[in-house]
Write a protein that binds this ligand. Structure first.
Ligand code: LIP
Length: 261
């Protein structure tokens, strides 16, 4: 029997909505860039938003710790740990592409038990507690029933930054030839929530972080979907993801022909 996490979920939703409105109000502003990487950006707003979320959550749950993209608060061995991505889709946000979200998960005794993903531009709030229904603005959602790759819409993320540039391109081409459409949203959390609502059917990416998908994974699995995470040996909080509606022959579709010598 899953304990009652309704009050923690309410706190996560309130914090996500507060952060979402904070980001929406600044969407058109000139944004301070704290770091530029070859395929990514760090904004001051990433940091400010995580601090805002932390204030909201710790006001209600002062004994909980926080593992976020912008740093840690408290002990990472705490029994209860919020896992936070203040802006999932940072590059989109910086370039004025309205596809980003706030992602908040709660991990208790090493099990992620609830997730909240809020898209302030669409005012779509995805939530789920393990053992319960996946909801979009309070209404139940379910993955698609599509069983053929030829009718599937698939997100295939890859980047040379993950060290698999050529392999990633080969995989992208291999999958693209089998599906109806490929889409790259730039937000793992929203992509997973779109699979949970049946808008997408599968998602494959070589390297994402725990905070990118922890909340959306609960939502996806409560909606009937599946997710396989393969952590990197050197970085347990980073790794590759295969997520799908639980119907598609995704593993067979991913099998690649041996490259010609
Ligand atoms: C993003 C992920 C996305 C990935 C990007 C980036 P961020 O997270 O959601 O799937 O392709 O490289 O990691 O950095 O915007 O929170």
């Amino acid at each position: 029997m899953t304990p009652d996490y309704s009050s923690q979920l309410r706190a996560a939703v309130a914090a996500a909505r507060t952060a979402g409105e904070f980001l929406r109000a600044r969407f058109a502003d000139v944004k301070q860039v704290n770091a530029e990487m070859p395929h990514d950006l760090k904004l001051q707003l990433d940091r400010d938003t995580q601090q805002l979320i932390a204030r909201c959550l710790l006001a209600e749950y002062p004994d909980y710790a926080i593992l976020g993209e912008e740093g840690e608060t408290g002990s990472m061995s705490a029994e209860a740990l919020w896992i936070v991505d203040p802006i999932d889709g940072t590059v989109n946000y910086f370039y004025g592409i309205p596809i980003f979200c706030v992602s908040i998960a709660l991990q208790v005794k090493d099990r992620v038990v609830l997730g909240c993903v809020y898209d302030p531009m669409q005012d779509e709030c995805f939530t789920a507690v393990v053992g319960g229904a996946a909801l979009l603005n309070g209404r139940a959602i379910r993955v698609s029933a599509r069983q053929r790759m030829a009718e599937a819409v698939v997100f295939v993320g890859h980047g040379s930054h993950d060290g698999s540039g050529a392999e990633g391109v080969r995989r992208f081409a291999h999958i693209s030839s089998q599906v109806r459409k490929v889409r790259i949203l730039g937000s793992a959390a929203l992509t997973l929530c779109y699979i949970a609502t049946g808008r997408f059917d599968a998602y494959i990416e070589n390297r994402i972080n725990l905070w990118d998908f922890a909340a959306a994974r609960v939502i996806l699995e409560c909606a009937g979907g599946k997710l396989e995470f393969t952590p990197e040996v050197a970085h347990a909080r980073q790794g590759s993801v295969i997520a799908w509606n639980g119907q598609l022959p995704i593993h067979a579709a991913l099998e690649m022909p041996t490259p010609q010598a």
